[in-house]
Design a binder for this molecule. Structure first.
Ligand code: OFO
Length: 169
């Protein structure tokens, strides 16, 4: 059984994962309008993955006798400066999400909720992967340095890039 404190903290994380899904979706749509179809496919896939992160949390809350709440979401920004700016924002966003996961883990330890603590280990590993992926892509973009031919190849490669979701491995 979840304590009300853990239940509410998990529901906050449900909201963050749902917002992440919308955020990636908005970036995907922008990339598509710029002719960056590889990046768009990558970001659409990532948006779907964020939804599975949200669902996993929601169902865990329900399984543990709580109530997973579907949040209202703010509209994410629709315009982005460049594909590099997108991946810079992604890295920043994922670092923030990792901090939130760590905060949740900390609450569980303080509350002696070892079941939820164990459940959250999946998210701890997933965040390492998400940050790593964003850094790898940013490194590639820095190498290209805005050169058009390079960007074309980068976009093509991104289509087949694994978004890093652990469930797909
Ligand atoms: Fe759910 O991992 Fe990104 O935000």
């Amino acid at each position: 059984m979840l304590s009300p404190k853990i239940e509410s903290a998990l529901n906050k994380q449900v909201e963050l994962e749902a917002a992440s899904s919308q955020y990636y979706l908005s970036m995907a749509s922008w990339a598509e309008t710029q002719g960056l179809n590889g990046a768009a496919q990558f970001l659409y896939k990532h948006s779907d993955e964020e939804r599975t992160h949200m669902l996993k949390l929601l169902q865990f809350v329900n399984e543990r006798g709580g109530h997973g709440i579907i949040p209202a979401l703010k509209q994410p920004s629709a315009k982005f400066k460049s594909i590099q700016a997108i991946f810079e924002q992604i890295l920043e966003h994922e670092i923030m999400v990792s901090e939130e996961i760590n905060r949740l883990v900390d609450i569980c330890l303080k509350d002696k909720d070892y079941t939820t603590h164990n459940f959250l280990q999946w998210y701890v590993s997933e965040q390492i992967e998400e940050e790593k992926l964003a850094r790898q892509i940013l490194d590639k973009l820095k190498l290209i340095g805005g050169e058009k031919g390079g960007l074309y190849l980068f976009d093509r490669d991104l289509q087949s890039f694994d978004t890093g979701g652990q469930e797909k491995k």
